[in-house]
Design a protein around this ligand. Structure first.
Ligand SMILES: Nc1ncnc2c1ncn2[C@@H]1O[C@H](COP(=O)(O)OP(=O)(O)O)[C@@H](O)[C@H]1O
Ligand SMILES: Cc1cn([C@H]2C[C@H](O)[C@@H](COP(=O)(O)OP(=O)(O)O)O2)c(=O)[nH]c1=O
Length: 672
């Protein structure tokens, strides 16, 4: 789906980087505060009241979402998001500071409650802002990074808390003061976050308050919206189900680990495996399954997590359980990152804040209900012993039942989400999946593609593409291959007319989008009439320019969104992607001076345009190195040719078909 940059590449977008710093600080503060507040609440009470005191903190944290969740989203959509975030951070700073200063349990609850209220306004404002700072095709990467810092900061906060506890143990004698130190530090993280966001002037101002309906109406519209769009409905069901299952696991994990004979350390490992799995799922799956439908993957991730959960509940072995936990986390991580991304991509800017707030409040309700009911369910089920043959005893207790119920919920919810969201109906899942694992985009057409090889030459003006395409074709023909050499635009009858339109300097008023579509139209005809038939009969197709030219020229050059152009072209070409793309990389001032003929419409664009195009090509190659060969085009022509031969040789099929071998029943003739 995306083709640009490594995850860290998104961080080169300065406004996003700043927002990410603010987000990481806030998440770190959030986790630290859970530990510090529960510890402080515990130390402010005595004996068995302690459990209730800790429970009280959790309730104070969850409750605001029930009351203010939707309201917060409407505010994020309506007011200046930057100001909302800055004000929220300053308030959180003041509130956190007040907790240790006041030092009373009742104020701790009130302040915690207020902090959560404020956080509710902060989160949707931030979620709705990210898609405004990051180009669409990099949104998935941006979300991977945001999620990693949201959850990755948990272990960091836990470690920090332990260190702080140690330090303050030396400095202070009272346990209260130990938690206080964490709270002071926590307060400061929010102040820094406020300053960072304040400097972020790139966050667009909201469109004023002129014709905006009342907040209540906006909320109602937001809820209606969620119910009426199959995509968001699928996402909502999926996310809620995943959280219900996750909540059940959180509620029961400690007891279950104990039942399996593990102590606190084992519990720590199992807990850690969830994060390891989540991180792996979030980063690896979108990379490995680059060509796979994100909407399908969302449901599959949840189903996968459910299956892992069922196995966890059945197999009474700590090591296996720990490994399965990572698997379960991976499924959840996949679903999470895709859910985030899809909402960012497909939900309109004007209602995104509300969609988030809606989800966020529902998630909390679900968590609250599940965490509360889990001990109850476990108690009702009780303990059972199954006598297996050979004196073996299988234990089936409350925790097993809870895990199995959670697994069933996850699988059902995953199936429902899959059915609601499937964007490739009619395409068999297994084949689609296997093709994606191989890095191919499966289409029904493509399954009839024979053993042909598809090679594209790309690069800026005068890079030497035509020269090298010709030499490559001659070399391949000499080895006995059926070679079709072609180029874009203008390799079909229809295409020649489009080419004339596109390159004629008279077409000066052509809009960038129209230009993109004309190139795509030429390409569609090219694939249908020339490339696809040649590949089907097993030929090697060498094309001088293909999709990447549109991504670089119309995307990077004309500054349209590369991801959108990729979508248009995927459709136009029925998903046909070259086996190898060779990019001849030449500085634009060298390439442009290699010409004898007068410049055409695109060649006469300014130098900066051609430099953007050059960078665009290189970014495409960086994103999928296995499909690209980038060559410095300023080298001598024979040097370039040699490098191309070396790489192409590796992907060539056997030039003599197996049937020929049968006929002669000898070794295949070696032709060179
Ligand atoms: N490696 C090279 N070094 C110098 N000149 C080259 C090289 N390759 C090609 N040329 C010359 O540059 C000009 C443009 O080459 P061409 O293959 O038509 O580029 P493109 O198709 O990329 O526009 C031609 O005159 C060609 O002879
Ligand atoms: C295929 C394609 C070409 N172009 C531009 C690049 C070139 O300037 C022009 C194609 O002209 P052409 O003469 O074929 O260029 P070259 O000799 O450099 O290969 O069209 C796009 O902008 N988008 C596209 O998708």
């Amino acid at each position: 789906m995306t083709r640009t940059g490594s995850p860290a590449g998104v961080l080169s977008i300065k406004p996003f980087r700043r927002l990410w710093i603010a987000l990481s600080l806030s998440s770190f503060g959030d986790w630290l505060s859970i530990l510090a507040l529960t510890a402080l609440a515990g130390s402010l009470t005595k004996g068995s009241a302690e459990n209730y005191a800790i429970g009280g903190v959790l309730v104070a944290k969850l409750l605001p979402a029930l009351i203010f969740g939707p309201l917060a989203g409407a505010v994020a959509d309506r007011f200046d998001r930057r100001i909302t975030m800055v004000v929220a951070d300053i308030m959180r700073f003041a509130l956190f500071l007040s907790i240790p200063l006041v030092g009373r349990l009742d104020w701790l609850y009130i302040a915690t409650f207020l902090i959560e209220v404020v956080t509710l306004f902060w989160i949707p404002a931030k979620e709705a802002t990210v898609p405004n700072l990051v180009p669409k095709d990099q949104l998935e990467r941006a979300n991977q990074i945001s999620l990693t810092s949201t959850y990755g900061s948990a272990p960091v906060a836990a470690a920090t808390f332990s260190v702080l506890a140690l330090i303050s143990k030396v400095l202070f004698s009272q346990p209260q003061q130990q938690a206080n130190l964490a709270l002071y530090i926590n307060a400061v993280t929010f102040l820094v976050s406020a300053a960072t966001i304040f400097s972020l002037r790139e966050i667009p101002k909201q469109r004023g308050k002129v014709s905006v309906p009342s907040i209540l109406k906006q909320i109602v519209a937001g809820w209606k919206f969620v119910g009426s769009t199959p995509l968001v409905r699928g996402l909502t069901i999926g996310i809620l189900g995943a959280f219900a299952a996750g909540g059940a696991v959180i509620g029961i994990a400690k007891v279950y680990v104990k039942q399996l004979g593990g102590g606190d350390a084992a519990y720590g490992v199992v807990f850690g495996m969830v994060f390891v799995g989540m991180a792996a799922g979030m980063f690896l799956a979108p990379r490995i399954l680059q060509e796979f439908s994100r909407r399908r993957l969302f449901g599959l991730g949840i189903i996968g997590a459910g299956v892992a959960l069922a196995l966890i509940g059945i197999i009474p072995n700590l090591v296996i359980v720990a490994l399965l936990t990572a698997l379960c986390g991976a499924g959840a991580g996949i679903a999470w990152v895709i859910g985030y991304t899809l909402i960012g991509l497909e939900v309109e800017d004007s209602v995104r804040g509300r969609t988030w707030a809606f989800l966020q409040s529902l998630v909390r309700v679900v968590l609250l209900l599940v965490v509360a009911s889990v001990p109850f369910i476990a108690g009702v089920v009780g303990n059972h012993r199954l006598h297996l043959p050979g004196k073996n005893i299988y234990r089936f207790d409350g925790p097993n039942a809870v895990l199995l119920i959670a697994a069933v919920v996850a699988v059902i919810v995953g199936l429902v989400a899959y059915r609601h969201m499937d964007d490739r109906r009619g395409i068999p899942l297994i084949r689609d999946f296997v093709a994606a694992l191989r890095g191919e985009h499966y289409t029904l057409e493509e399954s009839t593609r024979e053993h042909g090889v598809f090679i594209a030459l790309e690069g800026g003006e005068g890079a030497g593409k035509t020269t090298q395409a010709r030499l490559l074709s001659i070399w391949l023909r000499d080895q006995g291959f059926d070679v079709v050499m072609t180029r874009e635009p203008g390799s079909t009858k229809m295409g020649m007319r489009l080419r004339a339109l596109l390159l004629d300097k008279e077409s000066s008023g052509l809009s960038s989008r129209a230009e993109t579509l004309l190139y795509a139209a030429d390409r569609a005809q090219h694939v249908a009439e020339v490339i696809q038939p040649a590949l089907r009969r097993g030929a090697i197709v060498v094309t001088d320019r293909y999709i990447d030219s549109s991504l670089a020229y119309q995307g990077s050059g004309r500054e349209l969104k590369v991801g959108e152009i990729a979508e248009v072209n995927r459709w136009a070409t029925n998903g046909l992607v070259p086996d190898l793309t060779i990019i001849l990389d030449v500085p634009s001032d060298i390439g442009l001076t290699r010409f004898a003929s007068p410049a055409d419409r695109i060649e006469s664009e300014p130098r900066e345009f051609h430099e953007r195009v050059r960078r665009g090509f290189r970014a495409l190659a960086d994103a999928e190195p296995h499909r690209y060969l980038v060559i410095d085009g300023t080298q001598s022509q024979p040097d370039i040719t040699r490098k191309i031969h070396d790489r192409v040789r590796a992907i060539l099929p056997d030039p003599v078909p197996p049937s020929a071998e049968d006929e002669t029943s000898t070794m295949p003739a070696i032709r060179d």
